[in-house]
Design a protein around this ligand. Structure first.
Ligand code: PMP
Length: 431
């Protein structure tokens, strides 16, 4: 595949933009390098690059693009928003309409706030939990990414009940000491952490279905026990549903799982592809926030009309249950096809899938936590990734990311993907 123009643009990008990219994972570091492909158009399930190549897209914008690129209903909403002026710095009825729509879909949200990213949403839920409880520390699960605010950039996989150390330069040890990291799906470690630090814990931060070391579901009873133990310790439960809200059904993962947090952070899908974040919870807790309470959070762009309109339009598309039924059918076809080819080519893999989100791990060991995910074969993933890319199938460039299906993908797209995967698996086998 000729990607000459992408090569030139990447070279130029590196002279203007740090590392040539505005978000590190785009730089192909997770797949042994290579040239990131520069896109100029997305339509439906496809991305079109600057050299005239077409790709079946499984990045899905890292999650938000569940209805496919340039969905007509969302595009119309964004165009209307642009024509009406994009920012007033005053309230609009769109904010009311969207807040109500979110509340109707996710019953644990009695009050919400809109922000501009998942990072902001999570960061603020932690602040609110600290304000509400008057405590400082949080517990998070190893390998779970919650955005790039200081507190959650803490080393993963550090073993049960250990205090965190910073994962990024510029995050101080003092901050990292406020975070305790425990393995996902490991209730004994969680109990140890609470026993050791319970009185200081403001909240536990949970991806109820993990999306950031691949798709990993909670073991039966895990979330229920975490909720119970956390509340017994006088702390709050925060669900980071930035990936999971509206990903698997019309609503949040908490309602599929039947376990409810005190606070929920969202982003990605709810913006229909425009920048957004939102958080919410019970009236009692949310009233900690300014202007009603002492916890401060604000934003020039928060609740801007374009993101509101795009988000409302996206949810309008998703209200049709047929959308999720289709994602399930496509997801199953992809999963079954990949499993069969892996078996035929004798490449050991694990496939974790929930509806239209799937992770293919190169490993013979089940993946239930970050250590399992980390132990999967990175070289094999890189070979597989580059072979698919060369054949016009674009996965996210990391073994820890999910493949995101959209409602624009067709059975033919899956068939084409599986055909390419046969070649990719053979490339993995012959290395
Ligand atoms: N939480 C989760 C679970 C995420 O996956 C992400 C982004 N990948 C974030 C928070 C941060 O969201 P954003 O990139 O919009 O700041």
């Amino acid at each position: 595949m000729n990607i000459q123009h992408s090569r030139e643009l990447y070279k130029e990008a590196k002279s203007h933009i740090v590392g040539g990219v505005n978000s590190p994972s785009r730089a192909f570091k997770g797949v042994s390098g290579g040239t990131p492909v520069f896109m100029e158009k997305g339509e439906g399930a496809y991305l079109y690059d600057v050299d005239g190549n077409t790709y079946i897209d499984y990045i899905g914008g890292y999650g938000p693009i569940i209805t496919g690129h340039a969905h007509p209903h969302i595009t119309r909403a964004i165009t209307e928003a642009a024509q009406a002026g994009v920012l007033y710095g005053t309230p609009t009825s769109l904010e009311n309409q969207f807040a109500k729509k979110l509340k109707d879909a996710i019953p644990s949200l009695e009050k919400v706030r809109f922000v501009n990213s998942g990072t902001e949403a999570v960061m603020t839920t932690i602040r609110v939990a600290r304000a509400y409880t008057g405590r400082n520390k949080i517990i998070k699960f190893a390998g779970c990414y919650h955005g790039h605010s200081d507190l959650v950039l803490v080393a993963a996989g550090s073993g049960p009940a250990t205090l965190g150390s910073p994962d990024s330069a510029g995050v101080t040890h003092n901050i990292a000491e406020e975070v305790i990291t425990v393995p996902f799906n490991d209730i004994d470690s969680y109990k140890q952490a609470l026993d050791a630090y319970g009185d200081d814990i403001a909240a536990v931060l949970v991806e109820p279905i993990v999306g950031n070391f691949g798709i990993v579901e909670p073991e039966p009873g895990f979330l229920e026990t975490v909720n119970q133990m956390t509340h017994d310790a006088g702390a709050l439960v925060i669900y980071d549903e930035v990936i999971t809200a509206f990903r698997f059904h019309y609503g949040a993962a908490q309602d599929i799982l039947g376990v409810h947090p005190d606070l929920t952070a969202m982003g990605k899908i709810i913006g229909g592809g425009l920048p957004i974040g939102a958080y919410g919870g019970s009236v009692k807790i949310m009233e900690e926030i300014a202007p009603l309470g002492p916890a401060y959070q604000a934003g020039t762009m928060a609740g801007n009309p374009a993101s509101m309109k795009a988000g409302i339009a996206c949810l309008e598309v998703l209200e049709d249950q047929g959308v999720y039924d289709k994602l399930e059918v496509l997801g199953k076809k992809l999963e079954d096809g990949l499993a069969k080819i892996a078996d035929d080519t004798q490449v050991p893999v694990q496939i974790n899938r929930k509806v239209g989100a799937l992770t293919l791990y190169f490993s013979s060991r089940e993946v239930k936590n970050y250590d399992d995910a980390e132990a999967t074969n990175s070289e094999q993933f890189s070979t597989f990734f580059h072979s698919l890319l060369e054949q016009g199938i674009h996965l996210a460039p990391s073994k820890f990311e999910a493949w995101f299906l959209t409602t624009a993908h067709t059975e033919e797209d899956i068939t084409a993907t599986l055909k390419a995967a046969e070649i990719a698996f053979r490339a993995v086998k012959s290395r």
